[in-house]
Design a protein around this ligand. Structure first.
Ligand code: NAP
Length: 248
C-alpha cells in the first residue's frame, strides 16, 4: 500500500511541468488527485489518463487560481468527487524575466496575481476542509536566496511565497496542519523551455554553479513533494526544502 493511500490531493497547475510530475507521484503513492489546469485541458486530461492507466485515481478541473471563484471550484471538485481533502500543492506559477528598466506593470500584476494571490486564494478555499495531519506544500524557488539579475518581479513573488509559508505554518500549526515550501533550482519544463532558459547561457552558468552538475527534472521535485505530503515529514512545518542539486 502506498504511503498516501486514502488521502485526497489537489495539485494546481498540473497540466504540465513540475505539477504534472507531482500529480503522478502523489497518485502512485495512493492519493486520489485533482489535476488543475488553466488553459491546457488536453495536458491535464493526459495526466489523468496516465494516472488511471497505472491504477490510480484522478480527475481534471479547469480554473484560474488568481480568481476566488475558480480557486473555490478547484477545491470543491476534490470534496465533491472524493469526499475530503488532505494535501494541497500550490504549484501554479508563471515566470517572466526583465531588467529593472524594462519590466512592465502588466508583468508585475500577472506574476503577483498567479504566484502570490493564487496561493492565498486556493489555500483560503482549502483550509476549512483540512484537518489534523493535512499538508500544504507551496512551490517556491531557489531564486529567493540566489537572487539572479533580471528576476526582481518573479523573485519578489517567490519571496512572498516563502514568507506566507512561514506565517501559515504558525497560523495553522495549532490545527495540526503542516505548511512547507519546496524551492527548486532550474527544472526542465515546458515553461522553462518556453522562456528560453533551457539552452541559454543562464542555464550553463547555473549548471556550472550546481554541485550535482545538471539542471533538474520534474521528478526530482515530485519525490520531495511526496515526502512533505506524507507522515514521513510529520514533524516538519514552516520548512523550505531547497531542491536544486546543491545550488545556493
Ligand atoms: P510550466 O511548465 O509553465 O507549467 C505551469 C503550470 O501552471 C501549468 O500547468 C499552467 O496551466 C499552470 N498555470 C499557469 N497559470 C495558471 C493560473 N492562473 N491558474 C492555474 N494554473 C495556472 O511551469 P513549471 O516550470 O512546471 O513551474 C511550476 C512551478 O514551479 C511554478 O510555480 C514555478 O514558479 C516553479 N518553479 C519552476 C522552476 C523551473 O525552472 N521550471 C524553478 C523553480 C520554481 P496551463 O498550462 O493549463 O495554462
Amino acid at each position: 500500500m502506498g504511503k498516501l493511500a486514502g488521502k485526497v490531493a489537489v495539485v494546481t497547475g498540473a497540466s504540465k511541468g513540475i505539477g504534472a510530475a507531482i500529480a503522478r507521484s502523489l497518485a502512485a503513492e495512493g492519493a486520489s488527485v485533482v489535476v488543475n489546469y488553466a488553459s491546457s485541458k488536453a495536458g491535464a486530461d493526459a495526466v489523468v489518463s496516465a494516472i488511471t492507466a497505472a491504477g490510480g485515481k484522478a480527475v481534471s478541473v479547469g480554473g484560474d487560481v488568481s480568481k476566488a471563484a475558480d480557486a473555490q471550484g478547484i477545491i470543491n471538485t476534490a470534496v465533491e468527487t472524493y469526499g475530503r481533502l488532505d494535501i494541497l500543492v500550490n504549484n501554479s506559477g508563471v515566470f517572466e524575466f526583465a531588467p529593472i528598466e524594462e519590466f512592465t506593470e502588466a508583468q508585475y500584476r500577472k506574476q503577483f496575481d498567479i504566484n502570490v494571490l493564487g496561493v492565498l486564494l486556493t489555500t483560503q478555499a482549502a483550509v476549512k476542509h483540512l484537518g489534523e495531519g493535512a499538508s500544504i506544500i507551496n512551490v517556491s524557488s531557489v531564486v529567493t536566496t540566489v537572487t539572479p539579475p533580471t528576476t526582481a518581479v518573479y523573485s519578489g513573488t517567490k519571496g512572498a511565497v516563502d514568507a506566507i509559508t512561514g506565517v501559515l505554518a504558525r497560523e495553522l500549526g495549532p490545527r495540526k496542519i503542516r505548511v512547507n515550501a519546496i524551492n527548486p533550482g532550474i527544472i526542465e519544463t515546458e515553461g522553462a523551455h518556453a522562456i528560453g532558459v533551457i539552452g541559454s547561457d543562464f542555464e550553463s552558468h547555473t549548471v556550472s554553479q550546481t554541485p550535482l552538475g545538471r539542471v533538474g527534472q520534474p521528478d526530482d521535485i515530485a519525490s520531495a513533494v511526496v515526502f512533505l505530503a506524507s507522515d514521513d515529514a510529520k514533524w516538519l512545518t514552516g520548512e523550505h526544502i531547497v531542491a536544486s542539486g546543491g545550488l545556493r
